[in-house]
Write a protein that binds this ligand. Structure first.
Ligand code: PAF
Length: 284
């Protein structure tokens, strides 16, 4: 049975009860509008823990003033159905006031990592993410928390925050999930018109070409980033924000690609902002 609560105190009680039974606790933080990518995180958590908590909260402080907070898809009933199907034990769906009572004044800022790539275009975004994730980790106190590799920068920043703040939790990255035609799963895909949906496919195809080039031996990070950038700049309907080839942990630009590389892009298709990436590890 899947329990649902909007109260922090109830989460603490139910997690404490689970711990007394000696089980491991897994947390999947989400903003709802769940898709197959979220389902894969829930499944990973279910496979590794005796008690699985999914949080469902459209976090106002990670949206800029002109971003899509108001129109972000809210699909509570479908999300709860998915959580039930995936065997989630507890859904924590707080109100903004439960998370940010009047007078709330603290933010967590991961310097450097939070300012580049998406952070350059969405100032303050990762402060909002880190602040809510730190709160969720503190409320739930999970053994493991699950994040999608689709948000590769978010994952790197959350890992750094956990390390820097000595938070006692393991952060598990789970592979990006794609639609059959290659488009990275995202709650924001719901905004795309049929034409935009077609144009958006250039993101995944440009990244697939980058992967092929690297697998065929391309070791210049600048050449890979330029190849992706040119392809996207030439694509109808796509406005590129960035294309980079970086270290996935430090997000530092690479010169030579050695063992590991994250090739990441962000672009607007119509009014919708999309991100996508390929992560290659264990390169020879
Ligand atoms: O990836 C997301 O959906 C959000 O950024 C997160 C981690 C749930 C924090 O609000």
């Amino acid at each position: 049975m899947t329990a649902l609560t909007e109260h922090k105190a109830e989460v603490r009680t139910l997690v404490r009860d689970a711990r007394e039974r000696g089980v491991r606790v897994g947390l999947v933080p989400t903003m709802g509008a769940m898709h197959a990518g979220h389902a894969s995180l829930l499944r990973a958590a279910r496979g590794e823990n005796g008690f699985v908590v999914a949080s469902l909260f459209v976090n106002p402080i990670q949206f800029g003033p002109h971003e899509d907070f108001a129109k972000y898809p809210r699909t509570l009933e479908q999300d709860l159905d998915l959580c039930r199907r995936e065997g989630v034990d507890l859904v924590f769906a707080p109100t903004p006031a439960e998370m940010y009572p009047a007078g709330f004044a603290t933010t967590i800022h991961v310097a450097g990592l939070g300012e580049k790539m998406c952070g350059g275009v969405r100032p303050g975004h990762f402060d909002g993410v880190c602040t809510v994730v730190a709160k969720l980790l503190e409320i739930v106190q999970p053994d493991v928390a699950y994040f999608g590799e689709k948000d590769a920068q978010q994952l790197a920043i959350v890992r750094r925050m956990v390390r820097d703040m000595d938070l006692e939790v393991e952060i598990r990255g789970c592979p990006l999930v794609r639609e059959p035609d290659g488009l990275a799963m995202s709650s924001r895909n719901a905004y795309l018109s049929p034409d935009e949906r077609r144009q958006a496919l250039t993101l995944s195809s440009a990244l697939a070409e980058a992967r092929q080039a690297i697998e065929a031996g391309q070791r210049s990070a600048a050449a890979v980033a330029t190849q992706v950038r040119r392809r996207l700049e030439a694509s109808e309907g796509v406005r590129l924000e960035y294309a980079v080839a970086v270290d996935p942990d430090t997000l530092a630009d690479l010169t030579e690609i050695k063992d590991t590389v994250l090739v990441a892009v962000a672009a607007r298709v119509g009014k919708t902002r999309l991100i996508d990436n390929v992560l290659l590890r264990g390169l020879k």
